[in-house]
Design a protein around this ligand. Structure first.
Ligand code: ADP
Ligand code: MG
Length: 348
């Protein structure tokens, strides 16, 4: 057993998969989560259930671990910053603060001369009315959105009147990109100029939730290279340590845009568990724990399908799979509509 204990904030499926990867590397894990039913408690060495502002429990957590990482971005900056004074938090809290705010994130990307959708800050209804050329667009809360939550497609100003928007929250209005495809790049940065980067993954969404991912992505060489370069530039600029995902749009004229950055392992990278010698989760643990870097090798082409809501029930009842199919049940207690419950990766 190594001497490292890794603390992970958040106990969903990403926390579970990080804990499984850590175990393989003989690293112990403590999961801190505000959900008493957090699935990751099935895979870690120790589980602490408390709110993210419970100082007593946070101290208990800090005392048990050597390094802290997180599996989702919506953690209060103050919490991460306080923990970081006592034990290193990776990726750095300042990186998380930047990325958890959609406006700050897009400003950062644009300042690197990387294309994003057109966007504007929205504080009141009349701000939208003054931006008619941004329509059709998508109005998104600047913070706390995921899986399409907090998003409102808006086709016209008339449609705006039927939406009951709460302007105590900040919003961003994005012009709708006429999508040809979506891809993502998963990259792990170890230290200065050292990377493991996976090939572009092609993604399809349904109701703004990821449904399918596959490699290889059917894209031309220019987009293949450009997406990797931009992901590297972003990771380098952030002086990032760990695994990061950059989501991209490709429009009908083959222009590439950065959609958003996830400062963590990502759903589109689940196929890396079966399709590569080192998964995105193992690479994350290796990077944040300063273990050695292993050159990435692809083992197979692959596709992944997310099981959302009650789509999991069929597979739980009759789990019949071929040798090239890998089923993951996240062991979530309640089956809820639009909730990611599991996935199946098929090696091709
Ligand atoms: P989340 O944080 O919920 O993942 P995203 O901004 O990535 O939010 O949006 C989820 C999905 O909604 C995207 O992957 C894409 O399919 C669609 N979408 C979001 N913004 C736009 C846009 N400006 N143009 C076209 N499609 C969009
Ligand atoms: Mg997204």
């Amino acid at each position: 057993m190594s001497d490292i204990t890794l603390g992970i904030i958040g106990g969903g499926q990403l926390g579970s998969m990080l804990a499984i990867a850590a175990k393989k590397l003989n690293i112990k894990t403590v999961i801190f989560c505000d959900d008493v039913d957090a699935p990751a408690q099935n895979f870690c060495n120790r589980f602490i259930y408390a709110n993210y502002d419970d100082n007593e429990k946070i101290n208990e957590f800090i005392n048990l671990v050597n390094i802290v990482t997180y599996e989702f971005e919506n953690i209060p900056y103050e919490t991460l910053n306080e923990i970081n004074k006592l034990k290193p938090v990776l990726p750095k809290p300042s990186v998380n603060r930047l990325i958890q705010h959609r406006l700050a994130e897009k400003d950062f990307v644009n300042n690197l001369n990387i294309r994003t959708t057109r966007y504007a800050s929205i504080e009141k209804k009349s701000d939208i009315e003054a931006l008619e050329d941004f329509l059709p667009g998508i109005l998104k809360t600047t913070t706390l959105g995921y899986d399409g939550k907090g998003q409102h497609p808006i086709k016209s100003i008339e449609e705006l009147n039927s939406l009951n928007l709460d302007f105590s929250k900040g919003y961003i209005l994005e012009k709708l990109v006429k999508l040809k495809k979506e891809i993502s790049i998963i990259i792990t940065r170890f230290s200065t100029h050292k990377y493991e980067i996976y090939e572009p993954i092609e993604n399809t969404h349904e109701d703004q939730i990821l449904k399918h991912s596959k490699i290889p992505a059917e894209i031309d060489e220019k987009i293949f290279n450009q997406s990797k370069e931009w992901a590297k530039l972003i990771a380098e600029e952030l002086k990032y340590i760990g695994t990061l995902c950059v989501e991209f749009f490709i429009d009908r004229n083959d222009n590439l845009y950065v959609n958003e950055i996830a400062p963590r392992v990502h759903n589109s990278g689940h196929l890396t568990i079966n399709a590569f010698n080192v998964s995105q989760f193992e690479n994350h643990v290796r990077a944040v724990c300063a273990l050695n870097q292993i050159p990435l090798k692809k083992l197979s082409n692959a596709k992944m399908i997310n099981l959302i809501g009650n789509q999991i029930s069929f597979y739980r009842k009759s789990p019949k799979f071929k040798d090239n199919e890998f089923f993951f049940d996240y062991l979530k207690k309640d089956v809820k509509e639009k909730r990611k419950m599991g996935h199946i990766t098929t090696l091709l």
